[in-house]
Design a protein around this ligand. Structure first.
Ligand code: XMP
Length: 511
């Protein structure tokens, strides 16, 4: 086994993104909580260490910290954002509140004569997200980057292989970010580029075999890529001892329940039960308008439907889920992190279900890695290339209280959008697109009649990891056609809006 690059997680939303970038450089990495002791870290014989960002600040009384001895282990260390500040403070520098809080893309000037940025362009845009910054360097360090308002945007201790960057090289929006990561893990830590997705698949199948033993597994299929890849992995590991349940909660896209049934009976030698549980869901959601409450109710109802189905299927031992990493962090599952949204498919395994274990083989992967894994496992492209679709489905794209009529407007307008974007060949260029029923009514005129109808919004984004996203620059002609078709064909809609917000600060979904 290769020596890993160890990432110490201080609760940043981007920690697993660092791990993913390292995989992209074909290097093996391992994430440990910041509470991991020196002995545990040493035992892994790390080739290098990365200290992640954090929602905390080093000046807080309860700030997460690490053993300063880490900086004299003799292995290269890279501190990212909070990690850089922690390194500075631990080694005798100081950190203070930034005069100007930097958030989003910032132009940075790099000193390319140093070790970390050697070979890079000196000017680039990087992703910043901080209110604190290093204001005095520790002895022996030099500043290696600055922005207009952050004089010490990177630092290094020449010859000691200690580096800090205030920006986030792991986000896709940081230009040359991948180069910084590659330079650190490959050149500075000296790791060989030997990590491959095939190896991950083999390991995952072996882990599942071990966890399941001679038992049986229940998996909830959503119709999306994630649960499909989990189905493929588990069926490789345990064959027909996998039982899949597909719950139609009434918030699926047009024709989706039929498609799921068709694809899953054709491609997988698994037991599949498909249930229409929409009455139950609408009943539970009546009068509910709060987004978090909607998500929680849907999550809880899913569990209830599974419980009922599991009882019908007889004793099953393990419960599997297609949870991927962005779901995990946004639910605040990592130590020291903050809850952003409750993803319905996270939250642990309710004991009352009586399963002995929860199997989540994709827990640390990002969407595009899941697609790649699907391809490695031999899944058809129609499945691996499908757009992500959230577990609560159209329920979180239909704002306010949920009624079948309102969700129908969302579904119908969404089908038009999907059809026209596909026809325009935008599939490969836009990562995710859908419509949102804004629950807003406005005045219009149709024929000679006044209308007072719903406004539908178009959300189309580009991203490679769904952690940060930009709004897609869709050609005007396509937008015009979609808008015209929606207001003409979807009765009850008289206005179409375009969402032009990045993530952050907005999220991709509206609820
Ligand atoms: P947000 O809205 O959090 O979305 O920026 C990031 C990505 O996650 C998808 N998403 C979900 N997926 N269960 C899921 O399986 C959920 O509850 C959920 N909420 C959001 C979203 O579609 C986007 O691709």
């Amino acid at each position: 086994m290769d020596q890993p690059v160890v990432i110490l997680d201080f609760g940043s939303q981007y920690t697993q993104l660092i791990a993913r970038r390292i995989r992209q450089a074909h290097v093996f990495s391992q994430v440990l909580p910041y509470t991991a002791g020196l002995a545990q870290i040493r035992a892994l014989c790390p080739a290098g260490l990365i200290l992640s960002g954090s929602p905390s600040a080093v000046t807080y009384a309860d700030a997460p910290s690490c053993d300063p001895a880490l900086f004299s282990l003799g292995v290269p260390v890279l501190g990212v954002c909070y990690g850089m500040q922690l390194m500075a403070q631990s080694l005798g520098g100081s950190v203070g509140k930034a005069r100007v809080r930097e958030y989003g893309l910032r132009a940075v000037t790099l000193d390319v004569s140093g070790e970390l940025f050697s070979g890079l362009r000196p000017q680039c845009d990087t992703w910043m997200s901080h209110a604190y910054q290093v204001d005095r360097l520790p002895p022996g360090f030099v500043g290696t980057a600055h922005t207009e308002t952050c004089p010490l945007a990177a630092m290094e201790a020449p010859g000691r292989r200690l580096y800090g960057v205030q920006f986030h090289p792991e986000t896709s929006h940081s230009q040359q970010g991948m180069d910084v990561i590659r330079r650190f893990v490959r050149d500075i830590c000296g790791c060989a580029p030997s990590w491959r997705m095939e190896g991950f698949a083999e390991q995952a199948v072996a882990d599942i075999k071990k966890a399941v033993g001679g038992g049986t597994v229940l998996l909830g299929l959503s119709g999306g890529v994630d649960s499909a890849v989990v189905a493929a992995l588990i069926s490789k590991a345990v064959g027909e001892r996998l039982n899949c349940v597909f719950v139609d909660h009434g918030f699926m896209r047009k024709d989706e329940p039929e498609l799921v049934r068709e694809v899953f009976t054709r491609h997988f030698p698994v037991h599949l039960s498909a249930l229409d549980a929409s009455d139950r869901f609408y009943e539970k959601l009546r009068g509910v308008t709060d987004p978090e409450q909607k998500r929680k109710i849907i999550g809880a109802e899913f569990i209830a439907v599974f419980r009922d189905e599991a009882q019908k299927l007889g004793a099953l031992d393990h419960f599997a889920q297609g949870t991927i990493y962005p779901d995990v962090i946004e639910s605040g599952a990592a130590p020291g992190s903050t809850v952003i949204k409750s993803h319905h498919n996270v939250g642990g395994l309710p004991r009352e279900l009586g399963f002995t274990s929860l199997i989540e083989p994709l827990r640390f992967l990002f969407k595009d890695e899941v697609r790649e894994l699907g391809e490695v496992l031999g899944l058809p492209e129609e499945m691996t290339r499908r757009q992500p679709f959230p577990g609560p489905g159209l329920a979180i794209r239909t704002l306010g209280e949920l009624t079948r009529e309102k969700v129908d407007l969302t579904r119908h307008s969404d089908a038009i959008l999907l059809e026209e974007f596909r026809k325009a060949g935008l599939d490969g260029q836009i990562s995710q697109y859908f419509t949102v029923n804004t629950d807003l009514r406005s005045v219009g005129v149709m024929g000679d009649e006044r209308s007072y109808d719903t406004a539908i919004a178009i959300r189309a984004i580009t991203t490679d990891d769904f952690m940060t996203a930009d709004w897609a620059r869709v050609p005007y002609d396509t937008l015009a056609l979609v808008s015209r078709r929606i207001v003409n064909e979807v009765s009850g809609v008289n206005r179409v809006l375009l969402d032009i917000t990045t993530k952050p600060p907005a999220s991709i979904e509206w609820e």
